[in-house]
Design a protein around this ligand. Sequence first.
Ligand code: AHR
Length: 881
Amino acid sequence: MKKLNLFFTALLAAIPFFGYSQQKASLISVDVARQGVEIPEGLWGIFYEEINRAGDGGLFPEMIYNMGFEEKNIPATTTFEDGNIVAPAKPNYGNSQVRNFRFRFNADEPAEGWTLELNGASNAEMKVVTDNPLHKANPHSLEINLANNKGGVSLINKGFEGISLEKGEPYDFFFYLRADKSFKGKVTASLIGAAGNVITTNEFKVSKKGEWIKYSALITAPVTDNQAKLELSFTSAGKVWLDYVSLMPKNTFMNHGLRKDIAQTLASMKPKFIRWPGGCIVEGFTMENRVNWKETIGERISRPGQFDIWGYHNTYNFGYHEFLQYCEDIGAVGMFVCNAGLSCSVRNGDYYEMGEMGTIVQDALDAIEYALGDVSTKWGAERARNGHPKPFPLKYVEIGNENGGPLYGERYNLIYKALDEKYPQITYINTNGLEENLPDYYDADKIEMIDPHYYNNPEFFFSNTTLYDNVARGKWDVYIGEYACNSNVGTGTLYGALSEAAFMTGIERNSDLVKIASYAPLLENVNYRQWPTNLIRFKNDAVFGRSSYYVQKMFSDNRPDVNLATTLDWVAPEEKIAGQVGFDAMAFSPNSQVMFKDFTVSAGTGVLYKSDFPTDTANWTIESGDWQVIDNAYTLKPAEMRPPGQGGGQRRFRWGNPMILEEKQVEDCAVSVSVKRDSVFNGINIRFGVTDENNYYQLSIGGTRGRGGFGGPGGPGDRQNQPTTFTASVVRVSNGGMIRVGNIGQPFEFGLDKWHDVKLTVNGKQIGCSIDGVIIGEIEYKPLQKQYAIAGYDKAAKEVVIKVVNGESTPFATSFNLQNVSNVNPAGKITTLFSASGQDDNSFEEPTKVSPGEADYTGFKPAFDMTFEPYSFTILRIKAE
Ligand code: AHR
């Protein structure tokens, strides 16, 4: 951890920011004698799913891409049509409709990842074939027909965007080859460096023609090179078949086969549980596409893998056994997620009838037996055969993933009863979210734990720290199985991570109810990203945790035993609504337009600006959108048609097309503009207090989405049925994240095809609106709280542990009052995560730019003042009794 220079001085509070003045100190009181709920040791865990190529080329260090030529093996029960795999026509469990689910599938490149290089006059072809397979679980192999090999033929694999070798490190290499009698030569396997240099070469004499033979070598890398490739060269003409080519580091995490740096990065979080295998892949896009754990154990070659919902072939190399072994290795317990007889409802959503549920129930029972059963049981014996006679630490089983509804209830009851009867020591998780009336809801007989998921924007996380404070206890426990700030501009930034930290203070305070939680998704190979924001990013030779990773780690490293009564008398930062003004429209409806004219800004007693389009367009900045002056009005039309096949020929939705009036910086003011629109689908906004494109306020007269889509009743084409009554609302956009302030007054008439006068007034925090000269009302702007504190007590260390989140761009001045405390040791520790901008995050170039630093501090007392950095998350550890 970085060593910090102490910066916690009053100096910080003097930093000037436009629109802000210094925040008055908030009081944080911690009553050390009033202990709250105990914080479970197992609270923080991790959620593993094979998404973003988390497994092969990642946590599982296979370095050959498409090692078994199975990448383009279409999943069982689907068919291939017009570039898609098509799921069987079966009713969806959510709504009984047949969805005809299709998924893009590029079948053109069956040997994806492999290229054939011909030198001189050589002539050869390769194709993926299924005859005479090496193993029935891996039915494809590569046929190479070396018609003429005068100058040499090589087959190349570049791994996962480069094979990464480290000088002095040993690597296990093997491949299977079948040669027919016509092939009289040898096979040479070379690792070729980025500069085309030969790094290592191994020659293999081809034996036993007509049979699959395994050839292997232990290779020690003489150099470091992260852009190496594997080259297999053939020295004669003839025909050969190749399959199951593997190159893996010999040195792995605790010698159990996982990539050291990634496994260590996860282990450093000290997760107390690991969830496996996901996520949506538990469900599959069809029932046959679900993960079947039994296919993920044993010899790697016997694991069929599957093209899964994330759009690539999952080899199952990081299988059930590897997952349980990893749990044991890092002191975590396992959470296995079984299919509930339902495939993913937003995909095909087909399901097993109740009469077909036997295999589902049995598979789940067997999974538990594999982990916990002794060696006299069938699956316990199988575990022993796989090298682990002792049971594994499995503690949780989740029944399904993100399922709900009556069909789920029925299947959940069946599975739960069978599992709980045999293994009552397991905690079972129901996939429903936070529904007050569970378990009666959907006929669940008994629910031990529910699993709500939260993927949202920073506003959501900052404003939901008390979400669980008043949820009734005693019905079920909660596992927040997936959460991440992953929408809008907060995504993948420190600002987003701080909003998660704020939310996590709520989890910690309510950990008598929210007993376990895990961020998701966990891993992302940056060359194969599929999900917007993930906790840890890696490539073939490097890994780093994003700012959210450090938030998770700081919570895990600083879990107190018990909460302490903490109050924050929060004094909101002084925020002035001040800045530029402008207008903006959301043009959605085809063949429509929104027009703005007579834009006037007044302040004090005078008019500061009155528009005169087109004469003064130079005063305006068009931030986006196709704005044209038509009839003396700035006019926005929706964007051009979408290309065929990407939206049915509709015009593209245009969100936010701001026009900003240059120069004018105003505080208390009145802004009026005349507006005309010809579709209710186009929303109208007046922007004010604009400090940049990510920070402003907005008065909105929204558009409606109507009822019937574009052509149907109430749709844009249906002019008779369009509503003409609207409400004005105000939002604050802070760091790009939208924060709702509220509606102003009552709905008003705002008809189409005529000019309406819209007037905005700003007076301190009061924001008002008039339409056509009639005052609609006013609303008071209250800033979103982005500063939080929570405290607990670490009994062994005898320390008060205080966590403070500052999501503001300004310093957070506080006064602490530790009540009912004796012996406060002035010397303690401060750990803090911060950066100059909320938009900062880590990268390969600066992997620890946003990572915590630690400092000793000698100023702790029962009452002390402290000012926290802008955009920071800080933990104070104070020795006290
Ligand atoms: O974490 C990514 C996906 O989000 C998970 O697979 C699924 O459970 C959720 O919808």
